[in-house]
Design a protein around this ligand. Structure first.
Ligand SMILES: [Zn+2]
Ligand SMILES: [Zn+2]
Length: 183
């Protein structure tokens, strides 16, 4: 996705059990997609994390947060959403120290140069916080299918709300529901 890496070089002091280091700052994250929706972080996201040596591995935990803009899937208006996501990463210092029951996607191998890129951790964290469907509000009324007016801004001049009876009367198949197909 062309995201610029955010590499940190882990200091030698971290390579003793129970040592930890704190990192925080801002990063221009840009845009991320989930399904058909795109979320754009116009301002840098803020990250605040700790890296702890758990003996054999480095555990990265913390928070990445920021405000993203997306487009509502119902009314097509832009809306803002605040994202606050938990970062979690696990880097094995020595690949042989891997637990046999650990899944491939639960850890990474620490690169030999002791440099790690934080951006994949940000992506994994943020994508989990994105809604399944981008909506400006859970009860967004959407657009009128006839005239296209945004119904959140008020009713349009089209046929007043079609009620169930009206729809049933106009649906040639609705009568089938009343038939019994049993002989
Ligand atoms: Zn909407
Ligand atoms: Zn209308």
């Amino acid at each position: 996705m062309g995201r610029k890496p955010l590499n940190i070089l882990l200091p030698q002091e971290l390579f003793a059990t129970a040592e930890s280091a704190h990192y925080e700052g801002d990063y221009r994250f840009g845009a991320i997609s989930r399904g058909v929706d795109t979320y754009e972080f116009r301002e840098p996201v803020h990250y605040d994390l700790d890296i702890t040596n758990t003996g054999g591995a480095l555990l990265v935990t913390g928070i990445v947060s920021g405000d993203a803009t997306s487009t509502c899937g119902r009314c097509l208006e832009p809306f803002d959403i605040h994202i606050e996501a938990d970062i979690e990463g696990y880097f094995l210092i020595n690949p042989e120290s891997r637990d046999a029951d650990m899944e491939e996607d639960e850890f990474e191998i620490l690169p030999a140069d002791h440099k790690i890129d934080l951006t994949p951790l940000f992506e994994q964290a943020i994508v989990l916080e994105l809604p399944l469907v981008a909506l400006c509000s859970p009860d967004c009324k959407g657009l009128c299918p006839t005239c296209g007016q945004n119904l959140n801004k008020g009713p349009c001049a089209c046929v007043p709300q079609e009620d169930d009876a009206f729809q049933k009367a106009n649906n040639p198949f609705s009568v089938l529901k009343d038939f019994s197909f049993e002989e």
